[in-house]
Design a binder for this molecule. Sequence first.
Ligand SMILES: [Zn+2]
Length: 371
Amino acid sequence: MDEGIEKLKKNVGGYMKAMVKPIPTSWVDFQSKLQDVGKTRLHVSLDEVAKIASECGISKPTLNTVLDYLNDTGIILYSKTNEKLKYTVITNLRMMIDVVTKIITVVKPDDIDKLPTLMHLCNTLDSEAILQEQLLRHLWRHQKKKDASNFEVFIELMKVFGLLFEKQKGSQPGNRMFMVPTRMQINKEGLEVEEDEQQTVSIYVTPTDFLPDAVYNLLVVSFLDLMNDKGRSSDHVELFRNRSDFDLDDEHVVSLGAVKIKSRNALKIEISHRIKVDEHGKEEPLEPHPSICMEVLSYLRQQLKTVYVTTEGVGYELRVLCHACEPMLRPLHKLEECLKKDSVPCGKKKLVTTARIRRLFSTVEKTTRRS
Ligand SMILES: [Zn+2]
């Protein structure tokens, strides 16, 4: 019933029609030779692949097209746009899946009881979804023995699919730490699509087609990097699979979480100011500070650009919830439009002011602009 699936079906349908052209026999020949290689080897270098291709009579300029085709049909895995992977062709996907499964599922290695240090690292993986390179090397030791270059190729592949992230980028190889999002725990209290209170303001990342699961994970890692840049320790972060909280400074908390908008997946980014409590216990809610709001927004925009650069044809829009409509039907307004105009039309009758959003997110001080 999902709109996105319907659209996908149509696209695939169109693609199939375009595919009725016969495939050259040299391509078929090349495919079966690659599959033969794949019986024993997980990946081969692009040079080797080029050699096989030329034996089959495929010219160098055509090779990229053939590799794209084989990648699209699921015979091989090849990414010419990834700097670290463009010289490698994955020839055995089944073997690759075994390798990946070791990390993302809860299976404990059978020899772990004999290795107390690894046992400890395993517990950290279970409780915090943090994977130390030492443990990773142990889990992949058989593949590493076969071919030392496997290790970095696997890491890079897992990153491409959003299954593994490097924590604190730039650490020395050997001491790296990774996050495994599929291992993160679920928090009972997920974020809701609801009206902001005085101390909060929220932005929604709404997909134009569908929202890849990896976007949440990639943003979590981006915010971890931001926290790192700010010198905030892991005590200021709480990570879960459905929501994560970052104490950006002593006054503000940024929460990132998965929500549903009209049964479609979206993300909510909520910036909140901690509630002030005086000596008599009286509470005073304060609005988030504009400088923090703007910092989060510009960081978010910048990160989404890099997230979406690899997922061609997948778009998104930043939106804010309308504060003037029925709670259940409440539509979302485009953030860009709200920042440009004093008020935006809503439904057939209303013209809704954007004053709060502009006050919190706009770099331009309130100048009375008349059109
Ligand atoms: Zn409205």
